[in-house]
Design a protein around this ligand. Structure first.
Ligand code: SF4
Ligand code: SF4
Length: 105
């Protein structure tokens, strides 16, 4: 896939491409980058605030065990949404992008 096609690709295309090419070390670094970025979005979102949640990157890790109420989601503003062509939101209550994709959503 060319670079241009990569940027226009779906979440599923990007995951296939990235994970077939990345070493374990690169995958770990990529997860750390997502968590770093996520702090500015999930970390400041109304659904997260005051819940006592400390985990981040729900688009990757799946549902939160403590966030239950949808009070607004900042995922659409997060650069990971564009980079990975994420098409969902509220990963903290709905599950990871991969789970949502596999559920046909
Ligand atoms: S997934 Fe959305 S609603 Fe949940 S904590 Fe992150 S920004 Fe907030
Ligand atoms: S898309 Fe949402 S859950 Fe994923 S890193 Fe961005 S703010 Fe966090």
């Amino acid at each position: 896939m060319s670079e241009e096609n990569f940027y226009n690709g779906t979440y599923e295309d990007k995951m296939k491409m990235l994970y077939s090419k990345m070493s374990q070390k690169q995958q770990k670094e990529s997860r750390e980058q997502v968590i770093y970025m996520c702090r500015e979005y999930c970390g400041r979102c109304p659904s997260y605030a005051g819940t006592g949640e400390e985990n981040l990157a729900f688009c990757m890790m799946g549902k939160s065990s403590v966030i239950t109420e949808k009070k607004g989601c900042l995922c659409k503003q997060c650069p990971i949404t564009k980079t990975m062509s994420l098409r969902w939101e509220y990963y903290c209550t709905e599950g990871s992008a991969t789970e949502l994709s596999q559920a046909g959503k």
